[in-house]
Design a protein around this ligand. Structure first.
Ligand code: IPD
Ligand code: CA
Ligand code: CA
Length: 263
């Protein structure tokens, strides 16, 4: 696979999907409920179709895993495009300017290429494995501050009430130790923001592969870490390892704090 050609296509698709979503946002939206506390807009579906069509046309041998319309649109392949057409759909629907298009391309369990595009602010996060990550062409480096007390922690809320109670348990352990706490409402954007030094820590108990495939690579390439709450390192093949993301420097301290029988 030529990483640069794949990246160029993913950028083109993310920018086009972002423009489409902005255009839909300027008129009344059709919103459908697809599950408990789970909604999809016509823009999510149209943006996904645009990205999928472009990926399939340019790379017919690649597989596709996408959030909407039943998930996989797949050729049997070791290389997969992993697509969240709008991450932060509730923000998008309510007009909160924190949502993005997320496209990761992985070979097996290894993310190789990542694009996260925030069309409201025209911010493009990109990464190629082993070559660092960029924001609008400029290299990214996660914060290197070693003190947990000077970090900004973020989290998002799962849909199930039980998981929210578990998130509150994690929060009750971490929040007293950090400088402040935020909830952004887009997992992919929050993790990319750690890469950009805007946040330091993120946790979520129920991420899906399309929330994390691109953002994890962008964060790792900027010096950050992702793991389970027990410290098991990130693997795209194991959802348990998508729970905790950080600037890297404070990661072990976070895991130490969580190693109790409270979880
Ligand atoms: C959601 C967002 C949200 C997170 C959820 C995700 P969606 O993705 O990333 O911040 O808390 O777990 O499902 O549904 O907006 O693509
Ligand atoms: Ca998502
Ligand atoms: Ca989505």
């Amino acid at each position: 696979m030529d990483h640069q050609i794949v990246l160029d296509t993913a950028v083109e698709a993310a920018r086009a999907a972002g423009a489409l979503a902005l255009e839909h946002r300027s008129r009344p939206l059709i919103v459908m409920q697809k599950g408990y506390r789970d909604y999809v807009t016509e823009a999510d579906i149209a943006a996904q179709r645009l990205i999928v069509d472009m990926a399939r046309e340019r790379f017919p041998t690649h597989g596709i895993i996408a959030e909407e319309e039943g998930g996989a649109v797949s050729a049997e392949s070791n290389t997969h495009w992993i697509i969240d057409p709008i991450d932060g759909t509730s923000n998008y629907e309510f007009g909160i300017p924190a949502w993005c298009i997320s496209i990761g391309v992985a070979q097996g369990d290894e993310p190789q290429v990542a694009v996260i595009y925030d069309p409201v602010h025209d911010e493009l996060f990109t990464a190629i494995a082993g070559h660092g990550s960029l924001l609008n062409g400029k290299p990214l480096q996660a914060n290197t501050t070693p003190e947990l007390s000077n970090t900004i922690l973020s989290l998002d809320w799962c849909r199930s009430g039980d998981m929210r109670r578990s998130a509150l348990t994690v929060l009750s352990r971490l929040a007293p130790e950090v400088r402040s706490v935020r909830a952004i409402g887009s997992a992919a954007l929050a993790v990319a923001w750690i890469a950009a030094g805007r946040l330091d820590v993120y946790f979520n108990l129920n991420l899906k592969i399309w929330d994390i495939a691109a953002s994890a690579l962008i964060l790792h390439e900027a010096g950050g870490r992702t793991s389970s709450f027990e410290g098991q390192p990130f693997s795209l093949g194991d959802a348990q390892t998508w729970q905790l993301a950080s600037n890297g420097v404070v990661h072990d301290a976070l895991i130490d704090l969580l190693q109790t029988d409270m979880l």
